[in-house]
Ligand binder design. Sequence first.
Ligand code: B12
Ligand code: SF4
Length: 578
Amino acid sequence: MTSTTQIAEKTPSPPPPAAPDPPRWRGPGSPRILLTGVFGPYGVDDAWGRKENVMELFHNQVTRGQGLASLRLHHRSFGLYFIAENLDAPVTVLDFPTRRRFERELRRGYDVVGISFITPNFAKAREMARLVRRHLPRATLVLGGHGAAIEGVERLIPCDHVVRGEGIGWMRSFLGQSPDAPVRHPVLPVNEGHSIFGVRVPGRAPGILVPGVGCGNACDFCSTSHYFGKRYTPFVPDGRELFRLACHIADRRGDDALFVMDENFLKEKRRALDFLDEMERRRRWLTLHLFSSADSVLDFGVDNLVRLGAHLLWIGVESLTGPRYAKNRGVDFPELVAALRDRGISVLASSILCAEHHTPQNIQQDIDYVVGLEPDLIQFMLLTALPVTAMYQDRRDRGLLRRDVPFAEWHGQKLLNWRHPAFDDAEAETVLRAAFRQDYEVNSSSIYRLAETAWRGHATLSRRPGRDECLEARRRQLAERTVCYSDLLPVVARYAVNERERQRALALDRRIEREFGRPGAVRQLRRTAARVLAARWALRVRLVGDMTQPRTLITRYTPGAAAPAAAAAGALAREDHR
Ligand code: B12
Ligand code: SF4
């Protein structure tokens, strides 16, 4: 019982203190707003960042050990565009700026500057906040994104507001708009500059679809779940509505592939089924990249996923030698991964290294297990206790958090930010590097595996009698994907990690040729071009390394006007990033 309650028993309760007014913009007229991500260059050792913290999804934590075969692409800072799209105010979004470009933008004059950052980019956000105060001392400075969860961040980075959690509603309310109005979804490519072996992936990048944020499963380490209050906040709760939105994005992008940025899309089973119903009713065969937990995948059903057009599925295997997360209890992963790949659905299995129960002896079991699943891609991450998670609180309460590890190192690709009973820094890094290497040597490059999955899926669907229109469309898509990937197989063989990969790539290429016929003139040309470009990339990597920087993107939103396209300040960015 708290002392407040005891007092309340004796005296009439005082009225509850008035809730503080939500922060409001008090200046005249509509403020000019700048929303920005942190500055580059990224993935280099400097005063603000570390070379291991690469600004790329695959090259950072999935295919980073695969050398020339690593999948390369950059994702935008989507949260900024979501907020901008939903404000009735002039907003500029500055994505991937350099420090100089950011200062130049500040000199244009803004009333509100919002900085989005994640924990490992803390030092960059602090430097940017300093620059805001220097150039625009009267501007309101708002911090948002997952870095806002850092304990006491308002003391560490002088600012006016820290926004923890969903930002559209907060910014709307700050500007006096209705925070609960429907969310307008921006139309954006999920990535820029997608290449493998220096060869640009043909076609347009998939559009991004964000059905909502957060996840109710609340796994103890999970940043996104905890950051959004251990629950799911849908932006679009209705499956049919979501399908209409997906079609709108696909139409505007001119491509039916979508990357669904939702932590656990299939957990909202009713919505996913309604989405599928609507897709079948309208005969529009979109394809989707998805994230989902294994229990939700099984509940939704692998065959439904084929119908839904799942192209890539990201599943958290985490660790199986210690206590299993509820989402993984009773899941037969070898069976699940094989079933998915046999149906043409590529799998990205995510694995946690250096969990508390791991020892140098048992950790290899977990690595062997996930490598043995033979998924198309594996994410290996060192367990990092990120602010706001239950795991962070636990490590902090037990005095295990390491104060000697700066936030810049809290990215899970080098050090542990808590004291592990069995691993020191050097050992943790060695285990991580060896895990990536083992996956590459045993399972071959991910591009080989993606080609194999497409091939396997096509073979399975071709054998299935009585295919309806939906399955026939899926078979055709898998055929196209198989042929498209196969044009890289000679390059895979040329730069194979070992003889096994070389032989597998050549054999798969021959099988595909038997099924689909000899490549015609256009494909022959593409194959030759791929060889030349790969040789050029290999030379570039040998001479100057494999780091690439995303282009600076500037998007200016005017209230009432159609959503603008981002202008790339590419040449400038390249010059500045040096
Ligand atoms: C896309 C993404 C990336 C992209 C980065 C794109 C970019 N340009 O920055 C890539 C793939 C490169 C990437 C890399 C990394 N990422 Co990342 N990434 C994501 C991912 C999958 C999606 C983010 C997203 O777009 N969500 C959708 C939008 C709508 O939501 P949002 O960004 O959270 O924005 C909302 C709010 O946060 C808020 N908000 C955001 N910004 C702002 C700004 C203001 C001013 C306000 C008011 C509000 C606000 O409002 C938005 C709308 O509600 C998240 C996981 C997830 N599902 O969220 C991880 C995540 C953000 N990444 C994370 C991390 C740690 C990394 C890496 C270190 C690798 C890693 N260990 O996972 C590297 C670091 C790269 C680098 N050098 O900075 C963590 C952050 C954890 C933390 N506590 O800081 C997350 C949460 C994943 C995780 N591990 O749990 N990442
Ligand atoms: S299921 Fe995935 S997204 Fe959901 S809380 Fe667990 S790790 Fe996070």
